[in-house]
Design a protein around this ligand. Sequence first.
Ligand code: SF4
Ligand code: SF4
Length: 270
Amino acid sequence: MTLPVSISDIRTEVASYVAAFPQKSGDPAIWRPPLVAAARADERFDILPRIAADDHALPRDLLPSARCVIVFFIPFHKSLARENHTGDTPCRNWGLAYESTNRLINALSGHLKQFLAQRGHATELTPATHNFDPQRLMARWSHKHLGHIADLGRFGVNAQFITPAGCAGRMGSLVTAADLGDHPLVTDAELCLHKRGKSCLVCVNRCPVAAVSEAGIDRQRCWTRLNHNLQDTAALAGLDSHTHVCGKCQVLVPCSLKIPPAPQAESGNP
Ligand code: SF4
Ligand code: SF4
């Protein structure tokens, strides 16, 4: 027997789980309220091998009975973004936030799977990170591309994912047999100022190794920097061998914490 589950049920579960996690885990409270979007697992996802990696999995590859893809974004507090803005290497708390948020995403995903299973709906998960091809540096399950299709947000020129709560945060996703329907959070084609024809490119100027340009991101150059940070930055000493972090193009830029409003002079709204 199956019981109906709505997007409101999922959003309530996600919000309460994230809010309770610091006390449960002992991790610092570094997260703002999460965002959740959902999309029917229909033909829109067939585009994934073309716009992401050519071996990107489809929802039905994970779960043959897939009816819906749920994508969530857990935004960081401004204080963490501000702390990581200083200097050209990441602060220790940014590295610790990467680790604790991955733990949160994995625990939250497991909780949602159990929540849905108790109502009779099969669900499949993927890990929060490092599910990518180390040669091509492309994810075989890209939360960002799924978020784009589910209208949770849009890509910036820095390849970060801009949501209504900005891009400073981390994402997770799952595939379920529950039919939740389509529940987008954005409708605009683009949210990045530059992609909307407005002045910005703050992220381009912020990257310490010139890995971001108007044309997009140089993945190899960025990945080299992330490895260098982990190996040679004293502030990250002793952190997990998967803690590849930087985030300079993600913090204290116009799209860090919200959808950036177009400057008045350019928006046409006096
Ligand atoms: S900093 Fe500006 S140009 Fe860069 S992604 Fe954000 S809005 Fe776009
Ligand atoms: S994460 Fe760091 S190295 Fe990579 S593009 Fe952003 S600022 Fe540059």
